[in-house]
Design a protein. Structure first.
Length: 200
């Protein structure tokens, strides 16, 4: 459930883009009520960007509505989508929103890199109360996350610069979600194999 919740804005970004593609005139007319000079070819990605920004704010609001505080990762995601989404809408330039996933991944990679350098391993802090594992292996897990985040950031740019926008939008939902899911499952199996439950 949390996995789907994390991808909530991306799913609606995808849906809004596809709707804008199917009826660009409606999307264009709708956007021109709050913006100016939106053209038919710009409408799908601009509509999707606006929807993604709104959905991320809704994510934060739902956290508070449930009586919980949003995680730092969600606040970072909100800042990045607001900054890059706003630039996309203001300048009518889709490249800002295309760079957004890469910037987000690299920000997380930088944070994890800092945690490795300081010895305050994020993954150990997250799972250390349930699993016991050698310090070196916690570090390996953290470095694996850093490498993954950096690599997937480059993959996003490769798709964005090589293929049309509609292909990138499909990749943003299905490709990035699949890569994240596969890596997360693989890392979880590796940690379980090398760690020992403290609840045994």
């Amino acid at each position: 459930m949390k996995f789907l919740s994390d991808f909530f804005p991306i799913i609606f970004f995808f849906a809004a883009f596809k709707y804008g593609e199917s009826d660009p005139q409606f999307a264009c007319d709708l956007l021109n009520r709050v913006m100016s000079n939106v053209t038919l070819d710009q409408a799908p990605v601009l509509l999707a960007t606006l929807v993604a920004i709104v959905c991320t704010f809704i994510q934060v609001g739902l956290k508070y509505a449930r009586g919980t505080k949003p995680e730092p990762a969600l606040w970072i995601s909100l800042v990045v989508i607001v900054v890059f989404g706003s630039l996309t809408l203001w300048l009518h330039n889709e490249w800002f929103i295309k760079w957004k996933p890469t910037i987000l991944y690299w920000v997380f990679a930088t944070i994890l890199g800092y945690s490795v350098l300081t010895g305050k391993l994020f993954i150990k802090k997250l799972m250390g109360k349930e699993l016991e594992m050698e310090a070196g292996k916690w570090k390996v897990a953290e470095i694996a996350c850093i490498v993954f985040l950096i690599a997937v950031g480059f993959v996003n740019l490769f798709v964005a610069y090589t293929f049309p926008t509609d292909v990138w939008v499909n990749f943003k939902l299905f490709g990035l979600m699949a890569l994240t899911f596969i890596f997360t499952i693989g890392l979880a199996f590796w940690i379980l194999k090398n760690g020992k439950s403290l609840q045994e």
